[in-house]
Design a binder for this molecule. Sequence first.
Ligand SMILES: C[S@@+](CC[C@H](N)C(=O)[O-])C[C@H]1O[C@@H](n2cnc3c(N)ncnc32)[C@H](O)[C@@H]1O
Length: 372
Amino acid sequence: MSGPENGAQDGPQDGPTASRTSGTAPDHESAQAAARGLHAPVLLDEVIEALRPERGGVYLDGTFGAGGYATALLENGADAVIAIDRDPEAIARGAEWAGRYGDRLALVEGRFARLDAVAAERGVAALAGVTLDVGVSSMQIDAAGRGFSFMRDGPLDMRMEAEGPTAADLVAEATEAALADILHWYGEERAARRVARAIARARAEAPIETTARLAEVVASALPRQRPGQIHPATRSFQALRIAVNDELGELAEALQAAERALGEGGVLAVVTFHSLEDRIVKRFLQLRGGRAPRASRHAPETTADAPRFELLTRRAEGPGEEELRRNPRARSAKLRAARRTGAPAGPIEPAMLGAPTLDLAAMGLRSARGAP
Ligand SMILES: C[S@@+](CC[C@H](N)C(=O)[O-])C[C@H]1O[C@@H](n2cnc3c(N)ncnc32)[C@H](O)[C@@H]1O
């Protein structure tokens, strides 16, 4: 789960609605049940309906988390699933129960931007489906020690991986102007300059090393929260999390990797949690679905213009009332899905995807991009 509600209130946590089960190892089953209790997969029925695993084939889940999507794919007809997560804790938790699926479930620690390479390394030339449920999981938000939430005091970390610069490093090293850019572009914080100034003043007094201190500093620069409004630190925490993990760059690359890795007829299903993510997916599918205008309408249509995807969702799909009742954290989730055509994959200009491109290295900052 992710979204602007980094410090979201707890919601009821139900397990996935996967309909069939297999295997008998009780220790694996209880570890799997425990993992399911930690994170309620969002829009699960809709994702499974879009991917149609009953066709068989090899599927790739780029955001394994607690394994809700991966297990539902396996239990509803997929021959095999390759599941990627950049969080070593998610992979370690999954390894406790993945054995019940034998070699049908392969867990891979890594980033989904490399999903085509990961599939190729396993000898899979054409995937039947790719799913991404981007952002952070409930396990990550709820663990104070991971530093994602302003609701739980902990070290200001926010890394999904165990390496690379933390949010505390970013807050300490970025110039006030760079901080304002990050807050503006990645958090859509209207008072970005004011918040950046408050951070610069506060860190001159003492380093900002905990989530509670950062939340306090941000809140001090903004109007008091009124009933029904989001916490004033929500946008700043989202911005730093996106910067620390290069989340938008990863998403833009993963969509192109999926285009390369999906076989004809294979389905891409992406769940996003905020408008920056959804805009990238929407633009990508518009461009690749032949719905974006050509440079000139008089120019002859070439194979470069041939649609690579056929849209399965005209508009983004959100959760139904029943799911919202069960899991309020699902409220900002949006699903977009499309089916791969036979047109050859091709490069795309990242700027065309509408992602704000902040080059942290050019701002003199270390970033997740530099990490292996
Ligand atoms: C919202 S959770 C996915 C939950 C999952 N669908 C389930 O049912 O349990 C997102 C997961 O994706 C992982 N993740 C986020 N960005 C990633 C990336 N670029 N590469 C690989 N994993 C990523 C996070 O570590 C987190 O575990």
